[in-house]
Each structure stands twice: as C-alpha cells, then as structure tokens.
Design a protein around this ligand. Structure first.
Ligand SMILES: Cc1cc2nc3c(=O)[nH]c(=O)nc-3n(C[C@H](O)[C@H](O)[C@H](O)COP(=O)(O)OP(=O)(O)OC[C@H]3O[C@@H](n4cnc5c(N)ncnc54)[C@H](O)[C@@H]3O)c2cc1C
Ligand SMILES: NC(=O)c1ccc[n+]([C@@H]2O[C@H](COP(=O)([O-])OP(=O)(O)OC[C@H]3O[C@@H](n4cnc5c(N)ncnc54)[C@H](O)[C@@H]3O)[C@@H](O)[C@H]2O)c1
Length: 563
C-alpha cells in the first residue's frame, strides 16, 4: 500500500553501497531456504584457508546437470542462463527457484547479501518487536492479574536488545548466503552495471558477464523529504533506528505507515513518548478505515502517543550544542507554518525510494518513473518508448508494485517460471501484508472503499461480514479478546475481495484468506473447511460462515472427492 500523496525523490536520498563485510560460516538452515537436505544432493561443506565456502562433489555435479538441463539452450553462448542484480530477498527467491528449474545462475551484490529485509528491515525490526511484545505484556498489570500472574517490574538492557536484532540479522544473512552457495548459485561481489542487452559489468573492474536473462532486484533505500537533515544520531531513518543506539525520552515519528507504526510499538514499550506527524488527514492512511480506527483505539490512544495529522514536517534540524531537535510543521494544504516542535529525536518514516541510479539503465534505453523501473504485469522492463526490453526483468522494491519482502520473492519466482517456458502472472491482490504491532494488523486484497469503487465501476454488489476475537475461545483463554476480522465479498458469487484482521497473531491468520484468493476459492466452499478447536483460526472460520452468498457458483478449484 503506497500513500496517495506524490513525493519527489531527490538523488541525495540514495545511500551509497557499503563495502562488503566478511561473512561468517554458519550451519545452513535448510528449512529457511525451503529445501530439504536430500533435494540438494550434497553431503558435506568445508571451508578453505581463503575463507571461501567449498561445496563437495554432490553440489558440483548438480551445477553440471543444471547447465545441461537448461531449457533455453543458452549455456554455451552466455556465461549464465540467469543473472540477478541484487541479493536481497527478491534476488534470493529468484535464484533458488532458478536453480530448481535447472538454470545456471549468478547473483551480483554490491553490499551485503540479504539486502534491506535481512540487514535493515523485516528481520531486525521483528527482533525488536519480539522484545516490545514481551515488555508490553510484562508491564500490563491488569492483563497479568486477569491470568492470575504476579511479575515484578519488567526492565530491559538496551544493548542486549540491540544485540538480539543484530545477531538475528547476521544469522539469517549467513543462512541466505550459504543456501545459495550450497545450490551452486555464483555470488559475484561488486556493483552491477548494465552495459547493454544481456551484458553486465561487475564492480569498477573490467569483469563483464553475459546472461540470457537478467533480473534487476536492486531494492530501495529510505526516502527523506527535502528540508529534513538526517544526522544518523538524533534525526534518523529506520536504518539507524534498528541499531537501537539509544532510546530517546521523546521521539517524533514522521509518517504513520508500516515503519512508523511498528517503531511506535517498539519505542513506547521501551519507555519513550511518541509524537506522530502524518501528512494525510488520518493516521495509518493505507489501512482499511475501519481497521485503522480500531488500531488507533488500541495501538495509539491508550499509549504515550500524540499526533499531528494533515501536516508536513517541512524542516527538521538535528540536536546540536545542547539544543533539541526542532521540527517545523506546515499545513499539508495551505503550506502555512502551523507549529514548531522540540523533541529528543526524530525518526523519518516517509516511505522508500527505489535504488536504481548508477545501474546503467540508459544503456538499454529505460527511463525510470520517480526512480522506479517501469514493468508490465510479468515484470518485463518497459523502455522509454513503451516497448518491452527483451530479456530484462525487474522485481521487488525497485519496480514499486508492492514494497514487501515476500512480494519481491514471489515476483522473482514468477519471472523464473516465464523464462523457463511457463507463462505466469502473479496476482498481487492475493499477496498478504502485515504490520507486526501488538496486536498485529494484516490484510489481503481490497479495502472497503477500494472494493466499493470497483463495484460501482463494474456493477456488482459488495457485502461485509465481521467477527470479533471476543467470540473466540483461544483468544479469550489468552486474555486477548480485542480484535476484529472483516471480510469484503461479492454476495452474488462468493468471491473474496478483501480480508482485514486486527488482533492476536493476525499476521499468521491472514494466509487462509490470501491462499483462497490466490487459488480462486469461493466463500461457499471455504466455509465447509474444518478448523481445529480451540484455535485462533476459528476467527476466520466464523468469518466465512457468517457471509451470505446468494447462489452457489462453483469455485475455480475442482470439487473435492469424498473419502
Ligand atoms: C524497517 C523495515 C521493516 C520492514 N519489514 C518488513 C516486513 O516485516 N515484511 C515485509 O514483507 N517487508 C518488510 N519490509 C520491506 C522489505 O524489506 C522490502 O520490501 C524488501 O527488502 C525488498 O526486497 P528487494 O529484494 O526488492 O530489495 P532489497 O532487499 O533492498 O535488496 C536489494 C539488494 O540489491 C543490492 N544492490 C542495489 N543496487 C545494486 C547494484 N547495482 N549492483 C549490485 N547490487 C545492488 C543492494 O545492496 C541490496 O542488497 C521492511 C522494510 C523496512 C525498511
Ligand atoms: N510489516 C511490513 O510488512 C513492513 C514494515 C516496514 C516497512 N514495510 C515496507 O516499507 C515501505 C516503507 O514504509 P514506510 O512506513 O516508510 O512508508 P509508508 O508508505 O507505509 O508510510 C509513509 C507515511 O508517511 C506519510 N508521509 C510522507 N511524507 C510525509 C511528510 N513529509 N510529513 C509527514 N508525513 C509524511 C505518508 O502519508 C504515509 O502515511 C512500505 O511500503 C512497506 O511496504 C513493510
């Protein structure tokens, strides 16, 4: 979900690629890379004096088989069947699938493997959120009392919390690196620059690699609006905040999207007071409005959080010489100065800018749109004249379709399906999203206003069903009855248009709905599915059962066979 306000992206907001840091050896987490040990065909791993990972014979022979199996017959003419620029989660997902499909694959990385998600995003932020969840619970006397528990005052060690986030990122980074090496993906270190069709330069050297197909997966960096001076200490982006170098007494968070909301959960649990500054008229503008309202009632109002909406942070000056951080707020519409705040720190969470400069796009005649690389529904790159650039694809944050880790990876898998001969179009409306606050928020498909707009244009009716966590035994046993699930659907044919959940483990619960949308399952069929009792999944069971579908229209899926 992107905000609807238009933002101009300044080239100064692009962070330079950092130099490669050595990667420690760690056991491969095979479950993480979605592959079983037997499937890899290797027996042991060892490390040489030069610190490089060597793979024993099983893996080497797999590489030879891969090249021979290459369906596109490109191995002799090109160095690789597939070259991926950027080893974030998008690139990693594409690389693993490419190997599975028998492609000779290389991935180019100019910084550290894992990209934003692993090093500066999903992974360390979820480690901090795991801590904030526990702190919140331990500090909630009322909640503990209701369970009959007595706990003395909860406290934390800032460095210990920061280490937990950092250690987790290192662990997952090693897992990602090792999973690719074990499967025979060549990891090429250096910045990739496209020199022309099917040709990429690696680093500043004259190392040039050719590939039949190229996937650009270069991701994004924090977007910092003009007028905001980031010093990395008192005025920070998520890149800095994730290191948790200090916990300010009072922090202003500019932007109340995913990053702002998740960090408000962390900071308030660790004792900070938060002031939100949001350009649009309401907090959390990207969420379904009803869910947003409930989230505000639970996640904002009872906490030490105040907010200014309908204002831009037009100028932010870092703390210096004993003076606090100052923030000038201007009215989003009239642009008049409305207020000046003085706080201990400011976190800039105003979206992300694509990282596409210096990529050599001019060499394939591609003009970016606000930095994003234009693509069609198959992630094929579109040139300045509106034509498809043969053999070049772009996935993940760099194309701006949906800035989520699993979306990047799914787009990569979709591209590999296409280059290996199976047409595939990813349904972005089936991709779930989640905000990992306490409790969590999750969603898939359309919000209610989006569904109503579509219905008006296309001439169908929209119905809404809702269930409360208060009616769920498991939620009540956990003393976590505050929650709502909302279904937006077509009563004429039972199509699921959107599902939104606010409540305990909402991020895990959404997948029944997202899989149903992806597979074309209709409500009249899914409502017959059986759920274990007592589980939170019964929230969705109740939700589907409470929907009123007028006629039985068969699903896209085949009728099950009774046994
Ligand atoms: C604080 C935070 C929390 C987040 N939490 C979540 C979450 O919980 N769930 C979720 O789904 N998403 C989350 N995201 C979003 C998620 O991190 C991104 O959507 C995801 O990382 C995008 O993956 P990507 O592969 O497109 O790009 P990236 O992960 O950004 O990777 C791109 C890689 O390309 C490399 N690169 C760039 N240019 C070149 C070049 N020319 N040559 C070689 N290498 C290059 C970069 O160094 C980088 O390693 C979060 C983001 C942030 C900032
Ligand atoms: N749990 C997750 O999946 C997760 C977590 C963190 C980040 N992410 C991804 O990272 C991306 C970036 O997250 P984000 O929270 O920075 O962006 P966002 O687009 O979610 O929210 C940015 C918010 O900042 C506001 N804004 C923009 N400029 C402003 C200004 N000058 N003053 C005041 N308000 C302003 C916007 O109106 C919007 O509400 C998102 O697209 C999201 O997909 C995902």
């Amino acid at each position: 979900m992107q905000s609807s306000i238009s933002l101009s992206i300044s080239s100064s907001s692009f962070a330079p690629l950092r130099s490669n840091s050595p990667i420690d050896f760690a056991p491969i987490n095979l479950r993480f890379c979605g592959l079983r040990r037997e499937a890899l065909g290797f027996s042991s791993l060892r490390r040489s004096h030069s610190n490089r990972l060597h793979i024993s014979a099983g893996s080497t022979s797999r590489r030879k088989v891969s090249a021979a199996l290459s369906g596109n017959g490109s191995s002799s003419k090109f160095d690789y069947d597939l070259l991926i620029i950027g080893a974030g989660v998008g690139g990693h997902g594409a690389a693993l699938h490419a190997v599975e499909k028998g492609l000779k694959t290389a991935i180019v990385e100019g910084d550290v493997v894992g990209g934003t998600c692993v090093n500066r995003g999903c992974v360390p932020s979820k480690a901090l959120l795991a801590v904030s969840g526990r702190m919140r619970e331990l500090q909630n006397e009322h909640h503990l009392k209701a369970l009959g528990l007595q706990v003395s005052a909860a406290g934390y060690d800032r460095q210990g919390v920061a280490d937990h986030a950092n250690n987790l990122a290192s662990k997952i980074r090693n897992n990602l690196t090792n999973s690719m090496k074990a499967l025979g993906v060549d990891i090429l270190t250096g910045v990739g620059t496209i020199l022309g069709p099917q040709k990429v330069q690696i680093g500043s050297s004259d190392k040039i690699v050719t590939a039949k197909d190229i996937i650009i997966a270069t991701g994004s960096v924090p977007f910092v609006p003009k007028g905001i001076e980031v010093d990395g200490k008192t005025v920070i982006t998520s890149d800095h905040a994730l290191k948790l170098e200090f916990v300010p007494e009072w922090i202003a968070i500019v932007g109340s999207g995913y990053i702002g909301l998740e960090f408000s959960d962390v900071y308030t649990a660790l004792g900070s007071e938060v002031t939100f500054i949001e350009a649009l008229d309401q907090l959390m503008p990207g969420f379904d409005p009803e869910i947003g309202k409930l989230a505000q009632r639970v996640l904002i109002n009872p906490r030490k959080i105040d907010y200014h909406t309908g204002v831009f942070a037009s100028k932010i000056t870092p703390a210096k010489d004993g003076k606090p951080v100052t923030i000038e707020l201007i009215d989003a519409k009239t642009k008049e100065l409305k207020d000046t705040l003085e706080v201990d720190a400011a976190l800039i969470a105003t979206g992300r800018a694509p990282f596409t400069n210096g990529l050599g796009l001019e060499n394939i005649d591609v003009a970016t749109q606000r930095g994003f690389i234009p693509v069609d529904e198959r992630m094929r790159v579109i040139d300045a004249n509106g034509k498809l650039v043969p053999h070049v694809y772009c996935i993940g944050d760099a194309n701006g379709k949906m800035m989520l880790a699993h979306a990047a990876s799914a787009q990569g898998i979709s591209v590999v399906e296409q280059v290996t001969g199976r047409d595939h179009v990813l349904n972005h409306l089936s991709i779930p999203a989640a905000c990992f606050t306490h409790p969590e928020i999750s969603m898939v498909g359309l919000t209610e206003p989006q569904a109503r707009e579509k219905a008006q244009k296309e001439g169908f009716e929209v119905s809404i069903a809702k269930t409360s966590f208060k009616a769920n035994t498991k939620a009540l046993a956990e003393n976590e009855g505050e929650g709502l699930a909302k279904l937006i659907y077509r009563p004429d044919n039972g199509e699921i248009l959107g599902v939104h959940i606010f409540g305990l483990h909402a991020a895990d619960l959404i997948h029944e709905a997202s899989n149903a949308i992806a597979l074309g399952t209709r409500i009249q069929d899914i409502k017959l599915a059986v759920h274990a009792h007592p589980t939170l999944s019964e929230v969705l069971d109740e939700l589907f059962k409470s929907a009123k579908v007028k006629a039985h229209v068969p699903s896209a899926v085949s009728e099950p066979i009774a046994v």
